[in-house]
Design a protein around this ligand. Structure first.
Ligand code: TRP
Length: 381
């Protein structure tokens, strides 16, 4: 049961975008055991970051599109699990959501991040150094700036910003990533990346991190498990087989091995993320595999079952994940797909591996269950 202090997970139609997502956040904080003072200040931070659209009633349609989530909600949650600790709760936000155009969207995003920096006393130097690359006069889509908050006890989050390497046009993305990595002190970083169809995001840790990262996301359409196993460039990265196994379980390919064990994921691309922390070796120090599980299941009951088997494999108690789904929605898992958007495996030098589940708000819409047998993809070779 969810805590009744925080209301229930049924969207009331008179509710606002801010009220709905803040309620979800409070209930998720309860699931991961954050104290209620921290939870309350994080709910306020979320509402503040959304700005005026927080007041918008949910019975009005989404004011603008967003690439952040399938149903156009500018908020997504994630729970990151490692064997040695309680799950960590994060929230991803598009502060410029609802702005009249991308230029304004980007300006709002920068302003909101700088306000956070002022409030919590961290520097935005690394972001400021990249402003001309990611905030041109007429930015192109599909995003300008997203901000993720890692919700620690104490009410002061760790902050990450996500930027769009295609802001000056998709053709310039590779050059933009190369230049950004160089300015951040990783001049050899770009050459170390695996073959890419594109670079959807560049992310920066800002604020109170032991080892702040610069992260490059790489898109891999039609990827097979055996190929995924070869994509890490981290100096002490995961074994090929570990990545392959995670891929197969998340994509639903290990139940029936045989000729389906190495099918390509053709519906939505797999992403990998390569994180850079020190300039000594030039190579990344972290690797993450993101499987868009929502396009390879019929419904969220199936997605949860896959997440649970992965968590058990990594020695993690899966119960908080189930509770977190109940905290965001009252619907049955079988009645929709997309509540679990991605499942990810993260390796960072010097830390235990982490499994992360990305949880949609579904403030606007639930995608109906799929009728096709997943995954519908060609076999390799
Ligand atoms: N909605 C986008 C996508 O599906 C971006 C995104 C949101 C994303 N959350 C994510 C990408 C988590 C990777 C992991 O790609």
């Amino acid at each position: 049961m969810t805590d009744s202090r925080f209301g229930d997970a049924t969207p009331a139609r008179a509710e606002t975008l801010g009220g709905h997502t803040a309620g979800q956040l409070l209930r998720l904080c309860d699931v991961v055991g954050l104290d209620s003072a921290s939870a309350g200040s994080y709910a306020q931070t979320l509402t503040d970051a959304l700005g005026p659209v927080a007041e918008r009633p949910l019975d009005l349609p989404p004011p603008t599109p967003t690439f952040l989530s399938d149903d156009q909600t500018p908020v997504e949650f994630s729970l990151s699990f490692s064997p040695d600790a309680a799950p960590s709760l994060r929230v991803l936000i598009e502060p410029g959501y609802g702005a009249a155009g991308l230029t304004q969207n980007g300006r709002t995003g920068l302003r909101v991040v700088r306000e956070m920096a002022g409030r919590w006393g961290f520097t935005t130097d690394r972001l400021d150094e990249l402003e001309d690359l990611f905030f041109p006069d007429a930015p192109q889509g599909p995003l300008t700036l997203w901000c993720a908050l890692e919700l620690r006890p104490g009410g002061v989050p760790k902050v990450k910003v996500y930027l769009n390497p295609a802001a000056s046009g998709a053709k310039r993305s590779a050059d933009t990533v190369r230049e950004a990595l160089t300015r951040l002190g990783h001049p050899e970083g770009f050459e170390s990346l695996p073959p890419a169809d594109g670079y959807p995001f560049l992310a920066l840790d800002l604020g109170d991190w032991d080892t702040p990262r610069a992260k490059v996301y790489v898109r891999h359409p039609d990827l097979a498990a055996t190929e995924a196993g070869l994509l890490s460039r981290a100096d002490a990265g995961p074994l090929h087989t570990e990545v392959e196994d995670f891929f197969r379980t998340a994509a639903g390919l290990d139940a029936d091995a045989g000729d389906r064990a190495d099918v390509r994921l053709a519906r939505r691309p797999v992403l990998t993320c390569h994180s850079f922390t020190d300039s000594a070796s030039g190579a990344p120090s972290g690797f993450t595999l993101h499987i868009p599980v929502r396009d390879y299941v019929r419904h969220d009951g199936e997605a949860l079952a896959r997440a649970v088997s992965l968590l058990l494999r990594y020695g993690v108690d899966p119960a908080p994940l189930g509770r977190s789904l109940t905290a965001v929605t009252a619907r049955r898992l079988e009645d929709g797909v997309g509540l679990i958007a991605y499942l990810a495996l993260a390796h960072q030098r010097g830390r235990p591996p982490r499994v992360t589940a990305y949880i949609s708000s579904e403030a606007y819409e639930v995608r109906p269950p799929a009728v096709l047998e997943p995954p519908r993809a060609e076999a390799v070779g």
